[in-house]
Design a protein around this ligand. Structure first.
Ligand SMILES: Nc1ncnc2c1ncn2[C@@H]1O[C@H](COP(=O)(O)OP(=O)(O)OP(=O)(O)O)[C@@H](O)[C@H]1O
Length: 579
């Protein structure tokens, strides 16, 4: 069974190259259009076609003809060696079911029931799911050799298999059935009128998340999609919701899709806010799940799945030509921590337009969303550093009067206003300090997860084991080593922010027209398309040409899109046509 993953994961040189080319292509497409390919909706969106009984069910249009569709799973149905017992939830790319082993089958899992994530059947997405499984399996085998602190807060995968669907196979990932999501508990405290989590609980969950991310980042990966739906709270003897069967609303469907739909949808745990009590310090045990958007720290991330709630996104998402690094995980955790501690969203961005009656209609454009979101960040944190202000203009963001923006923003006032009554001034000051370190504008100076878990705000929730680990960590992350890593980051980011140092700007400007003509045939259709529509400056300016006389001998293209700067070198004998 584990072979399935290995086979699927594009091993071998030619597959590897193809995969690399695909990720180049996708990254370039996004870079050029500064546009993410946004899927139909985010789990945190309001439901556009709510089911009469529940707005927590999956959309009917997720079933039917074509690709990108869910597998119609029914209760008591067999999935591989498992029997479906209950529904755990759904996302954009999968429905997740609680299952038990079928009679006569054996596994040596240390738990009774498992979660089977049945992915959609689209070719592209299934590749992602395979990557997710592969990364999770790789991570579960990895050890840092120092006790693996934080690793237990990451979801684990035990096996994978495929089920044949009407329109292609559906990839299934099997892991432990963990418990309700953090979003469930956020809704629960809201419904019970408690406002926020107990501060100690909020601290402990934040600490666990940072510990897991410390381990993950050290292992060389970023998560890329941290939000309350993807944080699961471990529950002993976990049993999913009531599993009511809700007949499909035919008026919400297309007639040609009906034959491929299940006769009913199953309500999940999210509908059942009555049977649980709020989390306590003793029972809160978070697991970071959904590694569908995981990316390697030093490779460009693939960005075609974008489901992270907009309010949790860091400024790098919104500014053009700025690399997306593991710092996005830190920013997202800080936003979630604020919500747990105060019960309020730090930054809430409406993802849909509302009509006159206040009902949600279609999705807002990305430009509209960004135009709301960035000024919110400025209000909260004060003006960004100068190089970000420069990028602000070219990113099409609204003009701001930078002189009038108060230094440090209104984060202090927000915390004082939103803090729970039990939070003392001293505690609030610690919380603010923690938030400021995690919400640093410049991703290169944002505190790392390893630095943040050592923050004093967590001191009151640390167990003796945590303290022992933090002592070792403090010794290893000395001031010297963190200064060295900051300097390295600074140097690495140069090409992304300016022209590569060895390129002469004037030379580019004067030779531009000729070069563009000459480069098209050399570089093939993809580059030709880019070059024809844009000047090197518009593309980010990271072109470097090296000549011997009039002979173009080397072209270097620096992609400053994501985590790393991919350098594509093309050596050629082609000389420039006469001007
Ligand atoms: N192991 C598990 N135990 C309990 N519930 C789970 C488990 N895995 C997933 N779930 C539930 O199923 C939901 C959907 O799972 P998941 O987020 O992995 O799907 P997805 O389609 O990849 O999501 P996204 O749209 O964020 O990419 C989760 O929000 C969670 O509530």
């Amino acid at each position: 069974m584990a072979n399935t993953v290995e086979e699927e994961c594009c091993t071998g040189l030619s597959r590897g190259l193809r995969r690399q080319a695909r990720s180049f292509w996708e990254a370039a497409f996004e870079f050029r259009n500064h546009k993410e390919i946004d899927f139909a909706y985010s789990k945190c969106d309001p439901h556009p076609f709510p089911h009469p009984e529940s707005d927590r069910l999956e959309h009917c249009y997720k079933y039917g003809k074509g690709s990108g569709k869910f597998f119609p799973v029914l209760l008591e149905q067999k999935l591989g060696d498992y029997v479906v017992k209950a529904k755990l939830g759904h996302g954009n790319f999968a429905s997740v079911w609680q299952c038990i082993l079928d009679e006569g089958k054996e596994r040596d899992f240390p738990y009774e029931s498992v979660a089977v994530k049945v992915c959609t059947n689209s070719k592209k997405e299934s590749k992602d799911d395979v990557t997710e499984a592969k990364v999770l399996m790789k991570l579960s085998k990895r050890s840092d050799g120092k006790g693996d602190f934080g690793k237990k807060h990451l979801q684990k995968v035990d096996e994978c298999f495929r089920v044949p669907g009407y329109f292609g196979d559906h990839f299934c990932i099997v892991g432990e059935a963990i418990g309700p999501s953090l979003d469930y508990y956020l809704n629960l405290v809201e419904k019970q009128g408690l406002g926020s989590f107990d501060t100690q609980v909020s601290k402990k969950i934040t600490f666990q998340l940072l510990a897991s991310v410390t381990w993950l980042h050290k292992a060389g990966y970023g998560h890329g999609d941290i939000h309350p739906h993807n944080i699961l709270m471990k529950e002993k003897g976990f049993k999913a919701g009531t599993n009511a069967k809700r007949p499909i609303c035919i008026q919400n469907t297309k007639p040609e899709d009906v034959p491929y739909m299940p006769p009913y949808l199953v309500s999940c745990i999210d509908d059942d806010l009555t049977i649980r009590t709020p989390l306590t310090v003793q029972n809160c045990d978070a697991r970071l799940a959904d590694f569908g958007q995981t990316f390697k720290k030093n490779q460009p991330r693939r960005l075609y799945k974008m489901t992270t709630p907009k309010g949790n996104r860091s400024p790098e998402w919104l500014l053009k030509h700025t690399p997306i690094t593991i710092g996005i995980d830190i920013w997202a955790i800080a936003c979630i921590s604020y919500r747990m501690t105060t019960g309020k969203h730090l930054m809430f961005v409406e993802e849909r337009y509302k009509d006159e009656e206040g009902k949600y209609t279609q999705k807002r454009t990305k430009v509209d969303i960004n135009n709301d979101h960035m000024p919110m960040m400025v209000k909260l944190l004060g003006a960004p550093p100068a190089w970000m202000v420069r990028k602000w203009g070219v990113s099409g963001l609204p003009k701001m009067d930078w002189e009038s923006i108060p230094h440090g923003g209104n984060l202090h006032e927000r915390i004082m206003k939103d803090r729970p009554a039990s939070m003392s001034d001293a505690e609030a000051a610690l919380f603010e300090d923690f938030m400021r370190k995690a919400l640093t504008w410049d991703y290169r100076y944002r505190a790392t997860a390893a630095e943040l878990i050592q923050h004093d705000w967590f001191r009151s929730v640390l167990s003796p084991k945590d303290k022992a680990h933090l002592e070792t960590l403090a010794q290893s992350t000395s001031r010297f080593s963190s200064t060295v890593s900051r300097i390295t980051n600074e140097i690495k980011s140069w090409p992304a922010r300016w022209l590569s140092p060895w390129t002469k700007k004037e030379e580019l400007a004067s030779q531009q027209a000729t070069e563009i003509k000459a480069l098209g045939p050399i570089l093939g259709p993809f580059f030709q398309a880019e070059i024809m529509g844009n000047t090197p400056e518009v593309l980010g300016g990271s072109w470097s040409f090296q000549y011997q006389g009039r002979q173009l001998i080397k072209l270097v293209r620096i992609f400053n899109i994501h985590t790393a700067y991919q350098i594509l070198m093309v050596s050629t004998e082609t000389s420039l046509p006469p001007t």
